[in-house]
Design a protein. Structure first.
Length: 105
């Protein structure tokens, strides 16, 4: 079920690379909206060990979207991870879906 008007996203940072070696260096994150790169930003570490980002300031489009997140090294942005799992969100005021089956007779 899609989350309606969330204000932030949270995640756990990777602790290793694809070859099993530890992360050495600062990571940043790329937010994808419906599979397209949307914004790059640093993560803010919370006391509970999860990272978070305020999505209200990112200018996400109203409507239904699927968000995914990838990690990359700040000093080597070409070394980017595969996208994370997706989360479904709906931004804006909930309104009815459009009618279907429109026809002229």
């Amino acid at each position: 079920m899609a989350k309606l008007n969330p204000t932030k996203i949270t995640w756990e940072a990777p602790t290793s690379n694809t070859d099993g070696s530890p992360i050495v260096g600062d990571l940043a994150y790329r937010l994808y909206v419906d599979g397209s790169g949307f914004a790059d930003f640093p993560g803010a570490l919370n006391p509970d060990g999860k990272y978070e980002a305020d999505i209200t300031v990112m200018g996400l489009p109203d409507g239904a979207s699927t968000l995914t997140l990838a990690a990359f090294y700040v000093d080597k942005p070409e070394l980017i991870s595969d996208p994370s799992n997706g989360i479904d969100i709906v931004l804006g005021v909930a309104r009815p879906n459009p009618p279907t089956g429109l026809d002229a007779v």
